[in-house]
Design a binder for this molecule. Sequence first.
Ligand code: MF3
Ligand code: CO
Length: 284
Amino acid sequence: MRAKGLELKRPDQLLTMRRAGLVVAEVLSTLRDLARPGATTAELDQAARDILAARGAGSSFLGYGADWGMAPYPAVTCISVNEEIVHGIPGTRVLDEGDIVSVDFGAIVDDDRGRGWHGDAARTFLVGQVEDDVAELSRVTEESMWAGIGAMRLGGRIGDISHAIESSVAAHRRPYGIVREYTGHGIGSQMHMSPDVPNHGRAGRGPKVVEGLCLAIEPMVTMKGEGTAVLDDDWTVVTTDGSWASHWENTVTFTKQGLWVLTLEDGGEAELTRRGLPFGPLAD
Ligand code: MF3
Ligand code: CO
């Protein structure tokens, strides 16, 4: 069903998205353990490919962009190190003690009609011992993602989510930057769908949150500037001031019962409960 161009999922479709989300969760927790000093980013990408194959799932990212005349994305993960914000291409780069590495991953699981449904999530991993202010950047970014998730409710607006993310980042003494050129998004039978979910904005504005809507909520926060540039590889987005960046993302829906984080193994239960937010998974 579609309302104002938004794809609203039936329960059976949400359950297929949950299966995609669980593949995403499995890949990201495996890659967290592999993101050690001395590992190459290509090794992480290969581990993600192996899990996709083992689970019979497809990649949301591999080949992405070809339909829009862009260079097709060549990997199943985006791995962005330090001043790289998003869309870093895995390769021969060796991870170093003290790096932060943002890993973004999307999986597709087919329903029984052969229609594919997407899950999309990102985490920032600390490689070995990391400077305190850098570790803090990742915590602040993750916290702002949860603030955004917690602002999602039936009858609320996308702007509520945007505003909650922005306020959460702004609540810290350090003047962090919020990346504005890239946003969260609707997700479902395609990875990127309406509506956009900006990481800044005004509460009460934008499309309404309704049952069956699925959103990828994904703040990108930097230690300083908000400017971005794309490298010669056509994909890697970096900060223009060289400041380091963090990226956290989950695919989330709001059922009659409450929030359901499709890309976390526990559906978000632990964190939502800790925050006094309603946890509303569908039974399968
Ligand atoms: N997962 C990213 C997002 O959150 C997009 C990845 S771009 C791709 O929107 F080219 F790798 F697909
Ligand atoms: Co996304």
